[in-house]
Design a protein around this ligand. Structure first.
Ligand SMILES: [Zn+2]
Ligand SMILES: [Zn+2]
Length: 364
């Protein structure tokens, strides 16, 4: 698998993606390049930024292939050679972008963002490390229940920017529901109390379109954290370029569609039933007798989303985790606070209902 780093056309220094300017910045000569400028400066290399290899530059085919250290390790595929200094880079099974431990050169493992792992889309970081650090400190200090000493700046300096893998699913469904609605009226006349119960047969049928059902695609991700930073503004998603990963950490999915399909469909059905129910008004009680929801069409997209993460060891010895949406700065943390309000699914799914055959309640 190729280890890729992105080099400055002026000085051959490392290029990293710069969230504030949304450009590629050279760490050495301070040049900045937009995607378009880089494409022009590296003509004939296509739309995507082409990887420059390190010491092997100029060799023929496969020049970016840095052979893993041994066959055994090749099978595990977790040890690579840094294109800049030649040192070993040890990764997890799911690492897609990282840094050389020795020379700090940012590297992208291209095999982990291609083929079945090629993201459909990416939301590039819009918040840089400095802003993220400030926002974290503001967040922590705004929490009355967190002792001030609980956090210090040096801990937060360990903040890291990670592109996490998610699946986003759009689904068309067709559904129908039969339910019983009741209205009860009580009145008095003289010494007699009358109760009138009207029972209605309620039917609903319609087509439903669910958009952006978002699922964490990484087993080792803390599911609360990875869901807590949702939602993202998907209108700002970009076509994937490997260059966006330069200067950040990135992970690839290890939970595929097959593994998650059941969960996604069950969730979609739950939303669907709720949507059908929400169209029924005017009864004091409603009990669903029968609800059928069939999936007509579903579309899965693989996306990388930017998250700033901080791990903190508290005085109580417990590990605390925080994450921040790298697009809008929303913070999610496991503080000893009430974060029920940030219930993972709220606002995560944008729902549209088209009601077709709408049969109102009628008196039995
Ligand atoms: Zn440079
Ligand atoms: Zn290195």
């Amino acid at each position: 698998m190729a280890v890729v780093s992105f080099k400055c056309p002026n000085c051959d220094g490392e290029l990293v993606f710069h969230p504030r300017t949304q450009k590629y910045k050279c760490e050495y000569c301070a040049s900045a390049f937009s995607q378009e400028e880089l494409d022009q400066l590296l003509p004939g290399q296509g739309r995507q930024i082409q990887p420059n290899s390190g010491p092997q530059e100029g060799h023929a085919a496969g020049r970016q292939e840095n052979t893993p250290v041994s066959e055994r390790q090749a099978e595990e595929g977790n040890i690579y050679q840094c294109p800049s200094c030649g040192a070993q880079i040890v990764t997890d099974d799911t690492t897609a972008a990282s840094f050389c431990y020795y020379c700090h050169n940012p590297v992208v493992l291209s095999g982990r963002v291609s083929g079945e792992y090629l993201p459909h889309k990416i939301i590039p970081f819009a918040i840089d490390k400095k802003q993220a650090t400030e926002k974290f400190l503001d967040y922590v200090h705004s929490k009355k229940f967190v002792p001030k000493a609980f956090f210090n700046k040096s801990q937060i300096d360990k903040i890291s920017g990670v592109y996490f893998p998610y699946w986003m699913v759009d689904m068309d469904m067709e559904g129908s529901m039969r339910a019983e609605g009741r209205n009860v009226r009580v009145w008095r006349s003289g010494d007699t109390e009358y109760t009138e119960t009207k029972i209605y047969h309620v039917e609903r049928a319609g087509e439903l379109h669910l958009e952006d059902i978002t699922k964490n695609a990484l087993k080792k991700a803390n599911s609360k954290l990875s869901s807590g930073v949702l939602p993202y503004d998907m209108a700002k998603a970009k076509e994937f370029h490997m260059g966006f990963l330069s200067g950040f950490l990135a992970e690839k999915w290890d939970m595929g569609q097959a593994e998650l399909a059941g969960e996604v469909r069950a969730e979609a059905k739950e939303y669907g039933e709720k949507l059908l129910k929400d169209t029924v008004h005017g009864y004091s009680s409603l009990s669903v007798r029968d609800c059928r929801l069939d999936c007509r069409k579903e579309n899965w997209e693989y996306v990388l989303l930017p998250v700033w993460t901080v791990t903190y060891k508290g005085r109580d010895g417990k590990m605390y985790y925080y994450s921040m949406n790298g697009q809008n700065g929303a913070v999610y943390g496991e503080l000893p606070i009430d974060y029920k309000k940030v219930w993972m699914l709220s606002g995560m799914v944008f729902l549209v209902v088209f009601l077709l055959g709408l049969a109102g309640g009628f008196f039995l």
